[in-house]
Ligand binder design. Structure first.
Ligand SMILES: [Zn+2]
Length: 435
C-alpha cells in the first residue's frame, strides 16, 4: 500500500479519499480491504473501530490528535456534560453525519477554494479538502477572502479538488452574504469555530452555559426564561447579522418574534435545558463577546476553573468548606487558603467558580442588608423600610445574585449577627457573619 500522510487541516473524509485515489481502489469494498489489510499487517485489530480511529492508526497518530487535527469534532459537539472526549475514542463515531465534513461516508458535500487549490498545486503538486472550509455557515475562505466552491458530484471526496477543477465541476455556493465583512459577528463566528476546531476537547456544559449567561447579563440581556429585562440573546443575535443568514442556519428562525423567548438560541443560557445543536453555542459566543479571542478566553477560563475545582477536591468540599470560610475570612482568599492549608490561587479559582464575591469590605450596602434580612425571613417590603432602600434595588440584586451566595447566606443565617444598630450608632449598620 502507498502511504498517504494527512495534509495540514485536511478533512478526514478527504484524507480517506486520497488514500483511495493514490492506491487506485476500485470501490468502497476495495478501500475497506486495503485499510483492514494494512492495519492487520501492523498488528492492530480493525474490527469495531470507527473509520476515524482506523485513519488515525494508518497515520500513526493518536486518535485524539488525529480528531483534533483532521475532524470537525471540535465544533460538534462544542460541549458535553463532563467535557469528556469519549466521542473521539476508538469506538467513537460522528453522529451528526449530515453536516458537511462530519462523516467519512462518501455521500457528503465537499467545499473548496479556487485560490487554495492553486496555492496547493504550486507548492506540492496536488490539493486537499480543508476542514476550515466545512464549518456550518462559513461560506468563505478566510485565507483568501472569497466565496467557497462546492463540488458538483455525488461522491466528491473520491477525487482531489484539482481534478474537479479540471473537470469544471466546481460551482460557487449560494450565499446570502456575498462578501465576508472584515469585522463583526460573522467573522467572530468563523474565528471562534476555527479556534474550537484547534482546541481538541469539548467544554463542560455547565461551564460554558454559566460563562455565557454571566456575559449575557453583563451586557444587559436576560439570560433566563422569565424576568423583567426584555432583551434576550436571540434579540441581540438578530441585530448582529443578516436575517437571511440566520434563517439559513437556525431551524425555524422565521418564527422568532422580538422579545419572545426562542428556545433554540436562548435555551443555550438556561440551566436544565437540553443542549441544542452545537453551533447555537458558537453563535452565542460570537454574539456576546466583542472579539473571538475574548469569547475563547472567557469560556475556556470558566471551563478550566470548573475542571480544577471539581478535580482537586469534591464539589461538596468546596461548597461547604470554602463557603463557610468565605463568610469568616474578610481578608479574602489568602486567609481562607491558610485555614484550609491549600494554595491561594486554588481558593481564588474556587471562589470564582462558586460565584462568591470579595468579602474584604465588611460593611454591606443598605441593599445588601435588605437582601440578608429577606433571606433571614423578613418580607422584602419590611426589609426595605428598615434599610431605607427601594424595593426595585433589592429585587434587582436578588435577580443578579449568584444562587451560591444566596444559598450560603440562607444556610448560615443563624450565624448572622447585628454588630451595630443604625438607630444607636447613627451610621449605616454593620452586618456580617460571625466566625
Ligand atoms: Zn482559499
Amino acid at each position: 500500500m502507498l502511504m498517504v500522510e494527512p495534509m495540514p487541516h485536511e478533512l478526514a473524509a478527504g484524507h480517506q479519499g486520497r488514500i483511495r485515489w493514490v492506491n487506485g481502489c476500485l470501490d468502497d469494498r476495495d478501500l475497506l480491504r486495503l485499510i483492514t489489510h494494512e492495519l492487520v499487517a501492523r498488528g492492530f485489530d480493525p474490527i469495531g473501530k470507527s473509520r476515524l480511529a482506523q485513519l488515525a492508526l494508518m497515520s500513526e497518530m493518536d486518535i485524539s490528535e488525529y480528531a483534533r487535527k483532521h475532524s470537525m469534532l471540535g465544533v460538534v459537539p462544542v460541549a458535553t456534560m463532563d467535557g469528556g472526549t469519549a466521542i473521539y475514542g476508538p469506538g467513537g463515531t460522528n453522529r451528526d453525519s449530515k453536516r458537511p465534513g462530519m462523516s467519512c461516508s462518501i455521500n457528503s458535500v465537499a467545499f473548496c477554494c479556487h485560490e487554495c487549490i492553486k496555492d496547493d498545486f504550486q507548492k506540492v503538486g496536488y490539493s486537499w479538502y480543508r476542514r476550515f472550509h466545512h464549518v456550518l455557515g462559513a461560506q468563505w475562505c478566510v485565507a483568501h477572502d472569497c466565496k467557497l466552491l462546492m463540488v458538483d458530484a455525488r461522491r466528491p471526496f473520491d477525487s482531489p479538488p484539482q481534478r474537479w477543477l479540471q473537470l469544471n465541476k466546481l460551482v460557487p455556493i449560494k450565499t446570502v452574504v456575498d462578501v465576508l465583512p472584515q469585522a463583526g459577528f460573522l467573522r467572530r463566528y468563523i474565528h471562534i469555530s476555527f479556534a474550537l476546531l484547534e482546541r481538541g476537547s469539548p467544554f463542560i456544559l455547565d461551564a460554558i452555559r454559566g460563562a455565557l449567561a454571566r456575559q449575557a447579563f453583563e451586557i444587559g440581556l436576560r439570560p433566563t426564561l422569565y424576568g423583567r429585562r426584555p432583551t434576550l440573546l436571540s434579540d441581540h443575535l438578530s441585530a448582529q447579522t443578516e436575517d437571511a443568514w440566520l434563517r439559513a442556519h437556525i431551524a425555524n428562525w422565521e418564527t422568532k418574534k422580538p422579545f419572545e423567548y426562542f428556545s433554540k438560541i436562548d435555551g443555550v443560557l438556561v440551566q436544565g435545558k437540553k443542549p441544542w445543536g452545537s453551533h447555537g453555542y458558537v453563535m452565542a459566543m460570537a454574539a456576546l463577546y466583542d472579539t473571538a479571542e475574548d469569547a475563547m478566553q472567557y469560556v475556556s477560563l470558566a471551563d478550566s476553573i470548573f475542571k480544577v475545582v471539581s478535580r482537586s477536591r469534591s464539589t461538596e468540599y468546596w461548597q461547604n468548606e470554602v463557603e463557610r470560610r468565605w463568610v469568616s475570612c474578610q481578608e479574602f482568599a489568602d486567609s481562607i487558603a491558610k485555614k484550609l492549608n491549600v494554595n491561594g490561587m486554588r481558593v481564588a479559582e474556587a471562589l470564582l467558580y462558586l460565584g462568591l464575591p470579595n468579602m474584604h469590605s465588611p460593611e454591606p450596602s443598605g441593599t445588601w442588608a435588605a437582601v440578608i434580612r429577606f433571606l433571614y425571613g423578613e418580607k422584602i417590603a419590611t426589609a426595605c423600610i428598615v434599610e431605607k432602600v427601594e424595593r426595585g434595588e433589592v429585587r434587582a440584586l436578588l435577580r443578579i445574585c449568584c444562587g451560591n451566595v444566596l444559598r450560603t447566606i440562607s444556610t448560615l443565617r443563624k450565624e448572622f449577627v447585628r454588630r451595630f444598630d443604625r438607630a444607636q450608632t447613627g451610621t449605616r449598620r454593620l452586618v456580617y457573619f460571625d466566625p
